[in-house]
Write a protein that binds this ligand. Structure first.
Ligand SMILES: [Zn+2]
Length: 126
């Protein structure tokens, strides 16, 4: 399985993760993702698949609503390289587990973003 290197814009946040080859992505229509305009990873990554190469003090965490998702962003450049699952509703039956990452594919080095097969995620309805 390939290992991908990723970073925010200024480089204060660096991380790497193992994944099946990245060929797909998701755009989300929820209130925050539509503002970020990012292409997100199609799948979640378990905490063990993602290695943070910089300290947690490089990023800030934003939450809203039910606070189940940590929207992490760089304190210096403002780029949001990933989100993490911090809580799951009692009736949740999806793929996510606590601590999972969803990665902003724009932060992944060497990826041909124009070649990604991007589909919509209806986050607004969640
Ligand atoms: Zn940064």
């Amino acid at each position: 399985m390939p290992t991908y290197q990723a970073s925010c814009h200024c480089g204060a946040i660096r991380f790497r993760f193992t994944s099946d080859a990245l060929t797909t992505g998701r755009r989300c229509n929820c209130s925050i993702c539509v503002r970020k305009g990012a292409i997100w990873s199609a799948s979640y990554y378990r905490a063990g698949a993602v290695e943070l190469l910089t300290g947690a003090d490089a990023f800030a965490v934003y939450t809203f609503g039910d606070r189940d998702v940590h929207h992490c962003f760089c304190k210096t450049c403002g780029i949001a390289p990933f989100t993490r699952i911090a809580g799951l509703p009692d009736d949740y039956d999806g793929q996510a587990q606590l601590g999972d990452f969803r990665i902003n594919l724009g932060c992944v080095e060497g990826l041909d973003h124009d070649a990604l097969d991007v589909s919509m995620l209806d986050g607004r309805s969640l």
